[in-house]
Design a protein around this ligand. Structure first.
Ligand SMILES: Nc1ncnc2c1ncn2[C@@H]1O[C@H](COP(=O)(O)OP(=O)(O)OP(=O)(O)O)[C@@H](O)[C@H]1O
Ligand SMILES: [Mg+2]
Length: 288
């Protein structure tokens, strides 16, 4: 989705469109011990958008996500999810919130002692009083959506890496969440499998109208699926913008992040050799 380009400076982190917001974070500060990790973050997600959170390792991406899920208490600041301040929720309020959110964590492994189907039904068992047969049917529908129909009786150890990610996604959407959170969904996958996962994320947004927050290091994936990208840097928000705005940003730190990643991710062998040899080797060998 392309929205009209606005100047990227001064940085605007707040929702200014007519689309309702599903997440609204203001001046979020958080510490681990004495260390300040998030240093005053403003962050918005609109209904039905895919928001990517990018940033170097340790920049605070997972920490931000855990706060959005009310799994950690901030030092200060406000976090509104679906119109509700989640920093003051009691146990019941938190349980109700969890019914509306789906999440697949960075380390989001499935339980190895359970079958794929049992793994996917876990949130239903936890949050609903549905009978087992209904749960099984619902799990089958979600497995169908992630292209894993018929795999419910296998153990996670019998699945490939990409299939495990898909199963984790099926579990995350089993309750038809309003907002889906995915932390590094395609990390460690080969490019073809990762790209298929991107298609699945787009499908969930388009077909089910979910708002989706994705933490990722993968530039190709971010550029393919993002409506907007938030760039985190050492606990600060460096910029928020569309793919084009981020790509064309004249902010040097953003360009460093983008440049470093593309340097590492060259896959075309000729291009790789050209860069390795400063151009000479490839020039010589391919010259007519
Ligand atoms: N439970 C914790 N206790 C103490 N420090 C933590 C904890 N979790 C994260 N940190 C620190 O907070 C900072 C931000 O971590 P976070 O996991 O949010 O980074 P990230 O951007 O998700 O990194 P990555 O890309 O490596 O996943 C890091 O310096 C990390 O060491
Ligand atoms: Mg992380």
């Amino acid at each position: 989705m392309t929205v009209p380009t606005e100047p990227i400076e001064p940085i605007s982190n707040t929702v200014e469109s007519e689309t309702p917001g599903v997440i609204q974070v203001r001046d979020l500060v958080t510490h681990y011990g004495d260390r300040m990790i998030l240093k005053g973050i403003d962050f918005d997600v609109r209904q039905g958008e895919i928001m990517i959170i990018m940033g170097g390792s340790g920049s605070g991406k997972s920490t931000l996500m855990r706060h959005l899920l009310a799994l950690e208490q901030p030092t200060s600041g406000s976090i509104e999810i679906l119109g509700e301040d989640i920093t003051t929720l009691d146990t019941v309020g938190r349980a109700n919130l969890f019914k509306k959110l789906g999440v697949a964590f960075q380390s989001g492994a499935l339980f190895s002692s359970l079958s794929v189907g049992e793994n996917i039904m876990l949130p239903l068992a936890e949050h609903t009083k549905l009978d087992p047969e209904t749960m099984r049917i619902m799990a089958r529908i979600k497995l169908e959506i992630v292209d894993l129909a018929g795999f419910e009786d296998l153990r996670p150890s019998e699945l490939s890496g990409g299939m495990i990610k898909r199963a984790a996604m099926a579990r995350a959407i089993i309750m038809d969440p309003r907002i889906l959170f995915l932390d590094e969904p395609s990390a460690g996958l080969d490019p073809v499998v990762a790209s298929a996962l991107d298609d699945l994320i787009l499908k969930l947004r388009d077909a089910m109208g979910m708002s989706i927050v994705v933490v990722t290091h993968e530039l190709d994936s971010a550029f393919k699926i993002a409506d907007r990208i938030t760039v985190l840097d050492q606990g600060h928000i460096l910029s928020v913008g569309t793919v084009d705005e981020i790509k064309n940003s004249d902010n040097e730190r953003i360009q460093n992040i983008l440049h470093r990643r593309t340097e590492q991710e060259i896959v075309d062998p000729e291009e790789y050799l050209r860069r390795l040899t400063g151009g000479e080797f490839v020039e010589e060998t391919v010259a007519p």
